[in-house]
Design a protein around this ligand. Structure first.
Ligand SMILES: [Zn+2]
Length: 340
C-alpha cells in the first residue's frame, strides 16, 4: 500500500522534532492540551506538520499503541489534505491575515461549539495578522467556547502582540544545529565549496534536500560560475547562457530566488576577498578563488557595490511578476556595463 500524506506527516514530525511531538502526544493522551498554543521557530522546522499530527491525534479513530494517530483512517486523511470540516487552517490572504478572516472563523466556531463538536484551528504565519485581526482573535482565545484548540504558528513570536503571547502556551522550536547540518551535507557527497554555498543559502533542512535533488545545486553552481567567468572576461557570451543553460534548470519560483542569491553570493565572494582577504575555504565559490581574486583587483569598490546592489534590486522584481529570464538578462547586461 502506498504511504499516505498523513503517514508522511507523522514520519516528518518524528524526524524533525522528536522531543516536541512525543511530549505533545503524551499531553493529548492525558487530556491536558491547552486551549491555545504558539509555535515559534524558523521555516522548515516542521511546525505545520506537528500541528497537523496533533489534530490527527485528536480526531483519529484508530490511535496506535505508541500513542500516535494511525495515518490511514478517514479522519487522518482529511486532516492531512486540509479537507476536514472541523480543522481549519488559516493563512494570509495576500500580505496579511485580515480581521474579516478571523471574524469568519469565530462565527464558524461558535456555531459548532453549540453542537459540542471538537474544533481545531491553525493560524499559519500568525505574525501577519493585522492589529485588528489580533485583537479580534484575542477575545476569542481569552474566552474559549466549547471544545476548541488553537495553534498559532510563527517564525518569531516577538512579532506578535504581547497580549497574544501571554494568553497562549509558547513552544519554541530548537534551531537545527550547524554541526549536524554540515555532517548531513557531507553525507550528500557535496564538495567543500558546495557545502559552503548551501549553508550560505539556507539553514533549512527541507530546503537543503530540495537543493540537492538531482544534483541541482551542483549543476546550477557550475552555470553561475560559467556566467561569472564570462562576465569577468567582459564576454557578452554571458548573455545567451541565461537562456540556453540556466533557464532549463529552473524548476519553480524558489529556484529563481536561489539562482539570484547565488549570483549575489559570487560577487560577495569577490568583495570579501578584495576587502577582507577571506580565504578560499570560507567562500561559496572557493574553487574559482584565483578568478575571484583577479576580478576583485580589476573592480573598484564602487563598481562592486553597484553590481551587488543591482542584483538585489532586480531580485525584488520577482515579486511584481516580471519574467524571470528577463530579470537575469537585465542583471547580466547591468553587470557587463558596471564592469566596463
Ligand atoms: Zn487515524
Amino acid at each position: 500500500m502506498p504511504v499516505t500524506k498523513a503517514q508522511q506527516l507523522i514520519k516528518q514530525a518524528k524526524n524533525d522534532q522528536k522531543q516536541i511531538i512525543s511530549h505533545l502526544m503524551s499531553v493529548v493522551a492525558k487530556g491536558d492540551l491547552s486551549h491555545a498554543y504558539l509555535f515559534s521557530g524558523s521555516a522548515g522546522l516542521g511546525k505545520l506538520a506537528i500541528t497537523k499530527v496533533i489534530a490527527m491525534r485528536l480526531f483519529c479513530i484508530n490511535v496506535q499503541d505508541d500513542g500516535y494517530p494511525c495515518g490511514i483512517c478517514n479522519e487522518c486523511l482529511r486532516i492531512s489534505n486540509n479537507e476536514h470540516p472541523d480543522v481549519l487552517v488559516l493563512a494570509p490572504d495576500g500580505q496579511s491575515i485580515k480581521v474579516e478572516q478571523i471574524r469568519l472563523l469565530k462565527r464558524e466556531f461558535s456555531k459548532s461549539a453549540v453542537e459540542g463538536n471538537r474544533k481545531v484551528f491553525i493560524i499559519d504565519d500568525a505574525d501577519l495578522m493585522t492589529t485588528s485581526a489580533s485583537n479580534s482573535l484575542l477575545k476569542f482565545i481569552e474566552e474559549p467556547v466549547g471544545n476548541v484548540n488553537s495553534f498559532l504558528l510563527t517564525d518569531d513570536y516577538h512579532k506578535l502582540l504581547d497580549t497574544i503571547v501571554s494568553r497562549t502556551q509558547l513552544i519554541e522550536f530548537p534551531k537545527v544545529n550547524r554541526v549536524a547540518l554540515v555532517n548531513y551535507l557531507e553525507k550528500q557527497q557535496l564538495t567543500k565549496t558546495e557545502i559552503n554555498l548551501a549553508l550560505k543559502l539556507t539553514s533549512d533542512l527541507n530546503e537543503i534536500n530540495r537543493l540537492c535533488e538531482d544534483n541541482w545545486l551542483t549543476k546550477m553552481k557550475q552555470q553561475v560560475e560559467e556566467w561569472f567567468t564570462k562576465l569577468a572576461h567582459k564576454d557578452y557570451q554571458a548573455f545567451p547562457l541565461i537562456q540556453t543553460n540556466m533557464m532549463p534548470l529552473i524548476r519553480d519560483r524558489q529556484d529563481q530566488k536561489v539562482t539570484l542569491n547565488m549570483m549575489c553570493l559570487i560577487f560577495r565572494d569577490v568583495f570579501n576577498v578584495k576587502f577582507k582577504n577571506t580565504p578560499a575555504n570560507e567562500l561559496a565559490f572557493g574553487n574559482i578563488y584565483d578568478l575571484i581574486k583577479q576580478t576583485g583587483n580589476q573592480l573598484s569598490d564602487n563598481q562592486l557595490l553597484s553590481i551587488i546592489e543591482d542584483i538585489l534590486i532586480n531580485a525584488r522584481k520577482q515579486n511584481i511578476n516580471v519574467g524571470f529570464q528577463s530579470i537575469l538578462e537585465v542583471v547580466t547586461l547591468d553587470c557587463l556595463n558596471f564592469m566596463r
